[in-house]
Ligand binder design. Structure first.
Ligand SMILES: C[S@@+](CC[C@H](N)C(=O)[O-])C[C@H]1O[C@@H](n2cnc3c(N)ncnc32)[C@H](O)[C@@H]1O
Length: 266
């Protein structure tokens, strides 16, 4: 698959930051935390976490070289007192091998790209120091118009034959109750899992296409031959205009799942 495009992803930075603000509002951060930001992207959240853990260390891990490159460029601009406490590395967060290393594991909008969540969350549990906390946020927007229409379009010809290799099965995020029981089984305490829907004003359905072009559309676009990509996006845009019933301003509802847990102290 072609690499992520940090600039495109960050076009809606203000909206994409709202769930992070919600997390930071309820996550006490002490001076000396050891924090992992898993699937850190271009590193803005990683750096914000380091700002808040005033004498702590934060490691951002991401599998995308383009994202880590952008993160390292941002880090190079920081005053040394902050930049020296931040590290970025290319790595696969589904195979985290750290043991009892972090006091906080933070993962925003990344786990949905990975299958086998029970195994992954077990590894993240082991990576936490005793008493350490984990907070994960994932989009859970599978029933929203744009996601439903994307699935409908992909099932129609001529796209269906070209997109048959796109595996969407593991991207359907299970409900909070399911994660709560997985976390309890793994051994987490203070488990709290819930949905929160954010409401984003958009100038038109075209902006929703732009939103997804940076994320959920990537596997579809990547699977299409170059000459079919623009027509696919046009077809998707037209479909969204009909489904939302407008070509003008609209509100894009975005449901997200939040998962909290703590590794017991002893
Ligand atoms: C939607 S972005 C979120 C980035 C950042 N956490 C944020 O909130 O802006 C998802 C990120 O997850 C990363 N990712 C997906 N699968 C991964 C994996 N197996 N290991 C590491 N990173 C992964 C992608 O490279 C991408 O940067």
């Amino acid at each position: 698959m072609s690499d992520w495009e940090p600039e495109l992803y960050n076009r809606f930075r203000r909206y994409r930051y709202e769930p992070v603000e919600a997390i930071l509002a309820r996550l006490p951060i002490s001076a000396d935390e050891r924090i992992a930001d898993l699937g850190c992207g271009s590193g803005e959240n990683t750096i914000e976490l380091a700002r808040r853990a005033v004498a702590g260390r934060v490691t951002g891990i991401d599998s995308s070289p383009a994202m880590i490159d952008a993160a390292n460029k941002a880090r190079a601009e920081l005053p040394p007192a902050l930049g020296d406490r931040v590290a970025f590395m290319v790595g696969d967060i589904s195979r985290l091998e750290a043991a009892a290393q972090y006091s906080i594991i933070f993962s925003n909008a990344a786990l949905q790209w990975i299958p086998h969540h029970r195994d992954v969350l077990s590894a993240w549990f082991r990576a936490l120091a005793p008493g350490g906390r984990m907070v994960v946020q994932m989009p859970a927007n599978d029933r929203e118009t744009a996601k439903v229409e994307l699935g409908n379009l992909a099932r129609e010809e001529p796209w269906r034959s070209m997109l048959s290799g796109v595996d969407q099965s593991f991207r359907e995020v299970p409900p909070p109750e399911k994660y709560a029981s997985i976390l309890h089984e793994i051994g987490f305490i203070e488990v709290d899992c819930y949905y929160h829907t954010f409401h984003h004003p958009m100038l038109s359905p075209s902006e929703v296409v732009e939103w997804y072009r940076a994320t959920g559309l990537r596997p579809f676009i990547n699977a299409l031959p170059e000459r079919h990509r623009a027509p696919f996006l046009d077809a998707y845009r037209g479909r969204l205009e009909r489904a939302y019933g407008t070509t003008a301003k609209m509100t894009f509802g975005f449901k997200r799942l939040f998962i909290w847990g703590r590794r017991p102290a002893a």
